[in-house]
Design a protein around this ligand. Structure first.
Ligand code: NAD
Length: 263
């Protein structure tokens, strides 16, 4: 099937790499025009070149309210409106302990992973409503569903994002705006290596190794790829999910249901 997003305009935060980049490619292939809002200017500009006329990039730090507002406004000025918001931009800390984590780390993680998506929805909702409805997809994590699966602030922020998703789904339903979350398991992107201070090639190698290790334990024994999450986001953003709102859609190769049977 193709053309599932024909005529649609989507704003994807963190669209310059990893899962967000896979979404940009898939959504464009399905007919959408995209605003990419990311702090990586060079990669965003490169995407504009590759997808000439279908992708606009704006440098946007989701911790900055005015920059989020500007990204949403760009959808209007460039493409005439907005139908889909994907709150995907993310970082990861590596702090496992409640006694060790500093107040500043809580603030930083919460600003990117929770306040950023909240502000994205605040500014996008009126534009989605103006088109007669739309879809919001928040990229959460299985770490937000189960304790011990991620760093403490990251996991707590993702749990908050899942609740925010349900709450806003209820609030915006009269405006025909659906709000859902996708919960990736371990996906081979550079996010974890980057949080350990690795450069890009080392972070990519690290990601591939971590995803392989998880693959041995999970029921579907292969490394999760950004495209796996992009496909789920496409479904949630498309009309095929017109009866779906407020869900936490787990895409983790079965990691969260338990270990693969060895016999
Ligand atoms: P990634 O590092 O490849 O991509 C993250 C993107 O977000 C980058 O392009 C980065 O520049 C951008 N970004 C970071 N901070 C930003 C900010 N303040 N403002 C705007 N953009 C910012 O990582 P990824 O794995 O593709 O992560 C995408 C989302 O998926 C994140 O929300 C992450 O928490 C979530 N996730 C990832 C995994 C995984 O295993 N990779 C698992 C669960 C959830």
């Amino acid at each position: 099937m193709s053309g599932r997003l024909n005529g649609k305009v989507a704003l994807i935060t963190g669209g310059a790499s990893g899962i967000g980049l896979a979404m940009v490619r898939l959504f464009v292939a399905e007919g959408a025009r995209i605003v990419v809002a990311d702090i990586q200017d060079d990669k965003g500009r490169a995407l504009e070149q590759v997808h000439d006329g279908r992708v606009r990039h704006i440098r946007c730090d989701v911790t900055q309210e005015a920059e989020i507002a500007a990204a949403v406004a760009l959808a209007s000025t460039s493409f005439g409106g907005l139908d889909i918001l994907v709150n995907n931009a993310g970082i990861c800390d590596m702090m496992p302990s409640i006694t060790a984590i500093e107040a500043e780390q809580w603030d930083w993680i919460f600003q990117v992973l929770l306040r950023g998506p909240a502000l994205g929805m605040k500014y996008a909702a009126p534009l989605l409503a103006a088109r007669g409805g739309g879809a919001i997809v928040n990229v959460a994590s299985v770490a937000g569903m189960q304790a011990g699966w991620g760093p403490i602030a990251y996991s707590t922020a993702k749990a908050g994002l899942l609740h925010l998703t349900r709450t806003v789904a209820a609030e915006l339903s009269p405006q025909r705006i659906r709000v859902n979350a996708v919960c990736p398991g371990m996906i081979a992107t550079s996010i974890f290596g980057a949080s350990l201070g690795m450069d890009r090639p080392a972070a990519d190698q690290f990601a591939a190794r971590v995803a392989e290790v998880c693959a041995h334990a999970q029921p579907i024994p292969r490394a999760g790829q950004p495209e796996d999450i992009a496909c789920a986001a496409l479904y949630l953003a498309s009309e095929e999910a017109s009866f779906v709102t407020g869900v936490s859609f787990v895409v983790d190769g079965g990691l969260s249901v338990g270990p693969r049977h060895a016999w």
